[in-house]
Design a protein around this ligand. Structure first.
Ligand code: P6P
Length: 332
């Protein structure tokens, strides 16, 4: 593959597809630069006094890891002066973050989970940053939470960075999925994957099996069939992976297929699943669909869900198309 930089790719996209206005190109470059900074902070680990927790809790009621807060601040500071955004929203902030009056405003809304997989930070397992880009509604003056509540089909860009053995950035602007690896010597993102396609079939599934007693019948049926292997209705053996870092699990699926599931849980009907729609499920579903995969909440396409609140949760079944369609069919 011709080794081109992220900047060169974005300029080519802008020239070829005319779908990346200069402001969106600037946004993606600013976010990618922030991910480099986060990768650097994450990579220091105990040497950088960045491990462990703060004394605060986020809106999810989760104790915030120092790196959660550091990563959130990096993304806020990188993006607020550029003039490309009207406002930001984050898993780590209860309310939206309008661009301060001292800076120019743009036409985009940026949502992110600054560091997903926090339970893995202190034990050196891959974690990542997830981001989603929406356009601010026409004629919007002062941004409110309501302006963010757009279905996933309205996303103009989405991506994630995974901080693992390599630091990798995966993005889509609606014309396929492109992959960039951080060249640490040059400090630049170099294209290492173009127009990634997820295999439609798979022999690998990802779910936190410790919740099995709380699953609803269609999920139990689907998993039982996978575990029955060659002697069961599927007639083949399956393997299981669960990294407990959505970015890492999705990245594996993007590369070799698989199905990722975080189903609703009978324990708390008010909490349908664990993952958040706006800055986890929607961006990942956009990427997965752009790579030929599928993403549903068990009943409907995740990207079609009309959001009610900024931090709402959603059940997630995403990855290899034929498996997602099968388990979704069991819910019908
Ligand atoms: P569990 C990480 O906290 C996260 O939000 C996702 O990245 C991950 O897939 C999931 O939660 C892991 O949840 O219940 O297995 O710890």
């Amino acid at each position: 593959m011709k080794r081109i930089s992220l900047t060169q790719h974005l300029i080519e996209e802008q020239r070829l597809h005319n779908t990346i206005p200069a402001e969106l190109r600037l946004l993606i470059e600013v976010v990618s630069r922030a991910c480099k900074t986060i990768s650097h902070a994450v990579g220091k680990g105990a040497l950088g006094e960045v491990l462990g927790t703060t004394e605060t809790e986020n809106v999810q009621g989760e104790v915030q890891k120092k790196l959660d807060v550091i990563s959130n601040d990096i993304l806020l500071q990188a993006n607020e002066w550029g003039g490309h955004l009207a406002a930001m929203a984050s898993e780590e902030m209860e309310t939206i973050h309008p661009i301060p009056n001292r800076y120019p405003k743009g036409e985009y809304l940026l949502l992110f989970d600054p560091l997903d997989g926090s339970s893995n930070i202190d034990v050196n397992v891959s974690i990542g940053t997830i981001f989603s880009v929406l356009k601010a509604p026409e004629g919007m003056s002062r941004p409110t939470e309501k302006d963010f509540l757009q279905p996933g089909t309205k996303q103009v860009a989405a991506g994630y960075a995974v901080y693992g053995p390599q630091t990798v950035l995966v993005i889509t602007t609606g014309n396929g999925v492109q992959v960039f690896t951080l060249d640490r010597e040059m400090g630049s993102w170099v294209m290492t994957g173009r127009d990634i396609q997820i295999p439609e079939d798979t022999k690998e599934y990802a779910i936190n099996a410790s919740n099995a007693r709380h699953w609803q019948p269609p999920v139990t049926r689907y998993i039982d069939e996978l575990q029955a292997g060659t002697s069961g209705p599927r007639g083949k053996d399956f393997n299981m992976r669960w990294i407990a870092s959505m970015v890492a699990d999705v990245h594996r699926i993007l590369n070799r297929g698989g199905i990722f599931m975080y189903p609703a849980d009978a324990r708390d009907p008010g909490k349908p699943g664990k993952l958040r729609l706006m800055y986890e499920a929607n961006p990942m579903s956009f990427i997965v669909e752009q790579a030929g995969g599928a993403a549903t909440n068990g009943k409907q396409r995740i990207l079609d869900i009309i959001p009610q609140t900024l931090h709402q949760r959603v059940p997630v079944f995403l990855g290899s198309k034929n498996e997602v369609e099968r388990v979704t069919g069991y819910h019908a």
